[in-house]
Design a binder for this molecule. Structure first.
Ligand code: ADE
Ligand code: ZN
Ligand code: ZN
Length: 266
């Protein structure tokens, strides 16, 4: 039997289990964000996280769990993103999250569940895992933006000679070329800590609007123009704009995830 949700290799899972569109950051991005956040938890909150996760389970090791269970729990599929149209400057929860099953509402819901001392242990653990993942996901600009293209999933692009799509490029393609996780972590973590006080301000909705504006300006705005229907060839100029934004979003996500957990488990 194929145990798709346990497959660590995304590419293999995609071939054997059918392609799963619109995952969040790839495992590397989620792991980086979790490591950055874990380093910014207060000692008391860190101790609670260790207690909830169990011995020898790091936040990074569970950060992609919601992607692994998506197929077996299809109701969670929409929880990973919010489609704010790129021709709209603001988030409108009634328009963009009418059923309450988008990433913003789920983060707010799971904050309450994690904070509630009466939450049973199994639900508390799930709430923690979903928060670790979703605060990461919502910092991928295409998880807050839509151009009637499923957050870029329908936009074909060619990157380093390979066919992919705009969404996947931003989830993992670009980051995969920015360096190995262990090389990126020290600089990203230090930068995140340096700006944490400023970046962790605001609401989850403010953070979504920021990510959405970045998508309008950079992710879609700087995309080379092509004939309608043709695949977009990603240029070095585009990468030079995209890579620093990806880095910034990961650094912000780490600081904000730490704030969310420091508050929910205080
Ligand atoms: N599916 C539809 N819209 C999406 C988005 N913005 N991000 C990820 N998956 C999606
Ligand atoms: Zn994604
Ligand atoms: Zn996700």
């Amino acid at each position: 039997m194929l145990r798709c949700q346990f497959m660590r290799k995304r590419a293999l899972a995609a071939i054997l289990c059918g392609t799963i569109p619109a995952l969040g950051w790839g495992p590397e991005g989620h792991s980086l964000i979790a490591r950055i956040a874990e380093a910014q938890l207060t000692p008391a909150v860190h101790a609670k996280v260790v207690e909830i996760l169990g011995p020898n389970v790091t936040m990074a090791s569970v950060a992609s769990w919601p992607d692994e269970i998506r197929r077996s729990r299809p109701e969670t599929g929409e929880w990973h993103y919010i489609d704010i149209p790129i021709d709209k400057p603001h988030l409108d929860m009634a328009r963009d999250c009418p059923k309450g099953d988008c990433v913003i509402k789920k983060i707010e819901d799971f904050e309450v569940v994690l904070h509630d001392p009466n939450t049973p242990a199994v639900q508390r653990r799930e709430a923690l895992l979903f928060l670790i993942h979703f605060v990461g996901d919502m910092h991928q600009p295409l998880h807050d933006s839509d151009n009637k293209d499923k957050g870029g999933n329908d936009v074909r692009v060619i990157y380093n000679g390979r066919n992919t799509n705009l969404h996947s490029l931003w989830d993992s393609g670009l980051l995969g070329h920015m360096g190995k996780e262990d090389e990126l972590f020290p600089g990203y973590s230090a930068e995140s800590e340096r700006h944490a006080k400023k970046w962790a301000k605001g609401s989850v909705e403010d953070w979504a609007v920021q990510a959405h504006k970045s998508a309008v300006k950079v992710t879609y705005g700087k995309l080379p123009k092509t004939d309608k229907g043709a695949a977009v060839a990603i240029t070095a100029e585009y990468e030079a704009k995209a890579d620093p934004l990806i880095r910034l979003q990961i650094e912000k996500a780490g600081a904000r995830l730490a704030r969310v957990l420091n508050e929910a488990l205080r």
